[in-house]
Each structure stands twice: as structure tokens, then as C-alpha cells.
Design a protein around this ligand. Structure first.
Ligand code: MG
Length: 167
């Protein structure tokens, strides 16, 4: 079995006047995240892990942030687009594991809905998606509630029915 692993990391700053969208879910919160797209930091980290595992670059290469097409873009659509390329290269997703780092809001109440959104975008089941929220014990920029950081790991499995570019 051909396996590849990828990791992704992203940060977005809190800003007033925008909705907070994480894992494709609108969370009730007094601040949103700044960014060119919908600033879904969780999906951006997953997209980078997915592309990294397949050796297909990164989210900035696929969706440049100076391209007006992606202004306000739904990051679930960006993730779907990345998955389309990864699938065409001969891979399917084994599992996704994510950590969101913030003091607030609480992630756990929304984790199941986020996992369903991500699973749908990646053609897998929600049981293959793990989402964990952590604080940074009030340390650093996340501890000061200045933004949210996300770390993701994606495992890819070579789909023998398709082309998988591995040695
Ligand atoms: Mg980002």
C-alpha cells in the first residue's frame, strides 16, 4: 500500500466585523478572522496538509491571495478543488487530524459539524476526521486572543485504480 503524509499550518488574526467561520461552520462569536478568502484557518491548514502529502504545492500556489477570484471565497470550495487535484494524482484520504489553538471560542461543541463538512469535501466519512481544540495557556498571540492557529495532518493512500506518482 502506498502511503504519504502531509502537514499543514495556518494562522489568521481576529478582526471585528467579519463572521467567524471554522471548518465551514459559522460560529457565534464577537470577532471573525481577517483574510482574503473567508479566512477559515482550519480548512486552510487541512488544504496545505492535503496538497503537501501529494507533493502538489500549497494553498497559496493554487489560490493566490492577490487573485480577485478568491476574495471572500468559501474555503470548503478551495478544499474541494485541492481534493480534486489530489484524487486525479491517484490518492484518497486515509484520515485527517487537526488541532485548533485558541482561548475562545470553544471548539468541541462544533467539532462534529466541522468534521461532517470536511468529510464531505474530501469524500470520506466523518469518523476519518478528528478535530481538537486547545488553548495555549494564555501564552503568545493565541493566548492574548489575537488570532487562531491551526495544525493539520493528512494521510493519503494510493488508489491502485488510479495513477499514484510514487516510487
Ligand atoms: Mg489562511
Amino acid at each position: 500500500m502506498k502511503l504519504r503524509i502531509g502537514q499543514g499550518f495556518d494562522v489568521h488574526a481576529f478582526v471585528a466585523g467579519r463572521p467567524l467561520i471554522l471548518g465551514g461552520e459559522h460560529l457565534p462569536f464577537e470577532l471573525g478572522l481577517a483574510g482574503h478568502s473567508d479566512a477559515d484557518v482550519l480548512l486552510h491548514a487541512i488544504t496545505d496538509a492535503l496538497l503537501g502529502a501529494a507533493g502538489l504545492g500549497d494553498i497559496g500556489r493554487l489560490y493566490p491571495d492577490d487573485d480577485e477570484r478568491w476574495r471572500g471565497a468559501d474555503s470548503l470550495l478551495l478544499l474541494r478543488g485541492a481534493m480534486h487535484q489530489v484524487r486525479a494524482a491517484g490518492w484518497r484520504v486515509g484520515n485527517v487530524d487537526v488541532t485548533l489553538i485558541c482561548e475562545a471560542p470553544k471548539i468541541a461543541p462544533h467539532a462534529a459539524a466541522m468534521a461532517r463538512n470536511i468529510a464531505a469535501a474530501l469524500d470520506i466519512t466523518a469518523s476519518q476526521v478528528s478535530i481538537k481544540g486547545k488553548t495555549s495557556e494564555k501564552l503568545g498571540f493565541t493566548g492574548r486572543r489575537e488570532g487562531i492557529a491551526a495544525m493539520a495532518v493528512v494521510l493519503l493512500i494510493g488508489d491502485d485504480a488510479r495513477r499514484a506518482d510514487v516510487e
